[in-house]
Design a protein around this ligand. Sequence first.
Ligand code: HEC
Length: 230
Amino acid sequence: MRPMLETVPAASRVSALCVACCRQFVRAIRSNASTRWRIAAAGVFAGVGCMLASAGAVADASGGDPNLAQARQLTDQFARSLKQELKTALKKGGAANAIEACHLKAPDIATDLSDASRWEVRRTSLKVRNLEDAPDKWEAAVLERFEKQNAAGADDDEMEYSEIVAGKNGGRVFRYMKAITTQRICLKCHGEKIDAGVRKQLDSLYPFDQATGFTEDDLRGAFSLSKRVE
Ligand code: HEC
């Protein structure tokens, strides 16, 4: 494993707009939207020039590594979308109801981003709630590394890692991970004291849930992204 490149400033606004518009486009196609809406979405999609153009726009900020720039930009977009969904769901019906929204929306957001970008975008953890998020060997090793960094007091931005590895079916794959630490808002569903209503919901949806007992600033998990490279 080689060490990460230096941390760079957040991705440009152009890039964020691109990812957002890619997502809208995929959603429009998926959701039987009216023809007018689809045409409008396609126009915006083409107009903004999408991911490829945006990768060029931020490449310089990542020491000339466009894969790293794209990974950071997608992670940023993924994190913001998840947080927005969580906040809206909590406001609407409290933690017990928000679980249903997380259950349905979190995988959906990851799939949308993956479809729009040709990357695989997911979350993982050493203690998962959704078994689909269980880490592979490479992810588990990086998570262990983040655990050590976090215990040593590292900032969130320092806990990222990238590497080019051999693909399962040949070829090479660029892999990237960025740590997710626990904030106060997370404790309702991942903390030590879980409300009875929340526990009931969790038990019914996730009978093998391991993702409780966290305290603030613990390593909760990580974003994990990968893409085939030539
Ligand atoms: C309303 C309850 C709720 C809150 C609050 C909440 N989560 Fe979750 N979290 C969930 C549910 C439900 C899942 C499983 C989603 C799925 O099925 O994909 C999950 C999954 C995750 C995962 C994916 C790994 C896994 O265990 O499957 C991470 C990482 C995560 N949450 C981090 C956080 C962080 C960080 C916060 C605070 C910013 C947070 N969560 C707040 C309910 C919540």
